[in-house]
Design a protein around this ligand. Structure first.
Ligand SMILES: [Zn+2]
Length: 280
């Protein structure tokens, strides 16, 4: 499931392909995604230029010169495929939307599980609408937007395990199961700890780890971005070395615990991977 780094990778790919480009054609092959694609989607985009592409949490927001914004969420399995003007494109299974720019680039939204969705909103107001109105700080933003102290203030009012609390987009934007596990491992904090029990220095450590883990993953995504046209043109998923995620029973990456076996537990119905020695 795409989390902040994967969504950011898709955004950067779309910036290269779409920014300041005009849509010459828009096709919807299948509109029943998690929410139906708006009926006026094609007419709202056709002939319009993308003036800005931003990311907020796990959402990509494209601002059009008409004052309209399209908001994309990749759901569980959404991808963007980009075809240059030299590459023939034939719609494949699970291709739901195709955008064509004036210079012949085609961007295809591909989503086998159809949990993703696209909305149209007023570009001046999208930030005031749910879920953006209550979304937590961007963890990659400047130090004054997200730091240990800001994180601690939110965690102090939460009694649940820190692992579950960090998945709440109102606490921090963009984190999902993978990067929460990795950040807690990096910070040496047990996923079972009550959120409010984390002290000042632990919160600083955790905030730094979140930033570091995400930066690293975005760098890994950046290297696939340079190669994506050599593969199948799809963006947003990349091979990335995890320390604990998906490594049950295997050594914890870069851990000096000596025992070296990642443990899998289940919290709120989702797998948690951790090192019981390093994380306390
Ligand atoms: Zn370990």
């Amino acid at each position: 499931m795409p989390e902040l780094p994967e969504v950011e990778t898709v955004r950067r790919g779309l910036v290269q392909a779409l920014l300041c480009k005009r849509f010459s054609d828009v096709f919807v092959y299948r509109s029943d995604l998690r929410f139906p694609i708006p009926e006026n989607f094609c007419s709202a985009l056709k002939g319009r230029t993308v003036s800005e592409l931003v990311r907020r949490g796990k959402y990509i927001v494209g601002i059009l010169d008409s004052g309209c914004a399209f908001i994309l969420h990749l759901g569980m399995s959404g991808r963007a495929k980009i075809f240059d003007s030299q590459t023939p494109y034939h719609p494949e299974k699970h291709d739901h939307v195709m955008l064509e720019t004036e210079d012949g680039i085609r961007i295809v939204y591909h989503d086998p599980r159809r949990f993703g969705f696209i909305r149209l909103e007023d570009a001046a107001k999208w930030q005031e609408l749910p879920p953006f109105d209550r979304m937590g700080p961007e963890p990659m933003a400047e130090e004054h937007v997200f730091n240990g102290q800001i994180l601690r203030e939110v965690l102090l009012s939460r009694s649940g395990p820190v692992k579950n609390v960090l998945l709440d987009q109102r606490v921090v934007a963009g984190l999902g199961n993978i990067y929460v596990c990795e950040a807690l491992f990096d910070a040496g904090i047990s996923p079972e700890r009550s959120a409010y029990s984390l002290g000042e220095s632990e919160c600083s450590r955790l905030a730094r780890s979140i930033r570091k883990i995400l930066e690293r993953a975005i760098d890994a995504g950046g290297s696939t971005l340079r190669d994506y046209q050599k593969t199948d043109g799809s963006l947003g998923y990349f091979q990335h070395q995890f320390s604990v995620y998906g490594r049950e029973g295997r050594p914890c990456g870069g851990c000096d615990c000596g025992k070296g076996a990642v443990v899998r537990t289940v919290q709120a119905g989702r797998s948690t991977f951790s090192c019981p020695v390093k994380q306390v």
